[in-house]
Design a binder for this molecule. Structure first.
Ligand code: KG4
Ligand code: ZN
Length: 333
């Protein structure tokens, strides 16, 4: 079983043998946070408390299994909002203790990457993965299961955060990624030349705050004259994607790997998926991208990551604490 409550989605999944999703229940709180224009941490943890047990019940019912059939519980213990993390973690501990089964703490980012192993059961490292979500934009090298080297990260906003902020500038509401994705399909990606922050020569880091400011300035400058929202959405999106695809493929070439993977909420973006397939295939890379509902926060990806650690004999103590700024990967020498 996987349990995920790191941000504003309450999720529980039952996965068999690390690859067969029997159920993956995600109760989104988007409607609650929408009126505030973002996630309100206190509100999120209160909702998790209300939703956690019904979501677990639903996951068991949909999977058609009894709680006693579960062999281990994987749970996100970081990174994320501390109050939100604690709800899932405390529940998972109670579940593991009550049933006498192992508890396995999982890094949320590792979970996102493992959505790929869930989607493609034959996939094996080494590979290079780009994790792009509301809180993260990072490139990892995975020489083998469970080992991560961070090759690049954002220096300011995460890619998803940039989508959300630009959506707010354009008055499209929250969260913005999916709306921009949809509107961009009716716009011209070459209409406005927004900046691409490649940073210094050879850097695999990202920076999206300058791009967000450029969109804001464009909107202010053209407010009276009027502009086509679809063109702004498409041109902004293209600027983000150009840099993401370029740096991911550069990282893969540096490591000499043939497999590249996408993960995280922004990996649900239609145009990013298309552009990566095109660019990577042209160079002979194999591309791995989970289905959109496995890209955004869900517990099946957590169960998949936990299964691998379970097989490796890993167990977490019942005193495991939530770690809001948990990191994944340090340089491999
Ligand atoms: O991974 P995720 O569900 O939660 C975090 O761990 O942050 O990612 C949420 C982020 C949000 O910023 C949302 O706007 C973005 O993913 N997102 C998208 C799309 N769907 C979700 N961004 C671009 N295009 C999409 N289709
Ligand atoms: Zn996430």
């Amino acid at each position: 079983m996987g349990i995920e409550t790191s941000c504003d989605d309450t999720s529980c999944a039952v996965v068999e043998d690390g690859s067969r999703v029997l159920s993956n229940v995600v109760s989104s709180q988007t409607e609650i946070h929408r009126k505030f224009g973002g996630v309100v941490p206190e509100e999120a943890s209160r909702r998790h408390l209300e939703l956690m047990l019904p979501v677990i019940d639903e996951a068991l019912v949909r999977a058609e299994v009894d709680a006693r059939d579960i062999s281990a519980v994987g749970v996100t213990f970081g990174p994320g909002l501390v109050g939100s993390l604690l709800v899932g973690l405390s529940t998972a501990k109670a579940f593991a203790f009550g049933l006498g089964i192992p508890l396995i703490g999982i890094n949320h980012i590792e979970g996102h990457i493992y959505a790929n192993f869930l989607q493609y059961p034959d996939l094996m490292p080494p590979l290079v993965a780009l994790v792009v979500s509301g809180g993260h934009s990072e490139i990892f090298y995975l020489p083998e299961h469970g080992r991560y080297e961070i090759m690049g990260r954002t220096r300011d906003d995460a890619a998803g955060e940039a989508f959300d902020k630009v959506a707010r500038i354009l008055g499209l509401g929250y969260p913005g990624g999916a709306v921009i994705d949809r509107l961009a399909k009716e716009g011209n990606p070459g209409a406005i030349e927004f900046p691409r922050a490649y940073l210094e020569e050879g850097s695999l880091d990202f920076s999206f705050s300058g791009l967000k400011t450029a969109v804001l300035n464009y909107v202010k400058r053209n407010r009276d004259r009027g502009f086509k929202v679809q063109d702004v959405a498409a041109s902004f999106q293209e600027a983000v994607i150009d840099v993401l695809v370029d740096k991911l493929l550069r990282a893969a070439r540096l490591k000499g790997v043939t497999k590249v993977a996408l993960a995280g909420g922004v990996a649900a973006n239609t145009r990013l998926r298309e552009r990566l397939w095109e660019a990577a295939r042209g160079e002979g890379f194999e591309v791995f991208i989970p289905d959109p509902d496995l890209c955004t926060d869900n517990a099946a990806m957590i169960a998949a990551a936990a299964y691998r650690r379970y097989l490796g004999g890993e167990r977490s103590p019942l005193c495991l604490d939530a770690v809001p700024n948990l990191e994944l990967g340090s340089p491999i020498s």
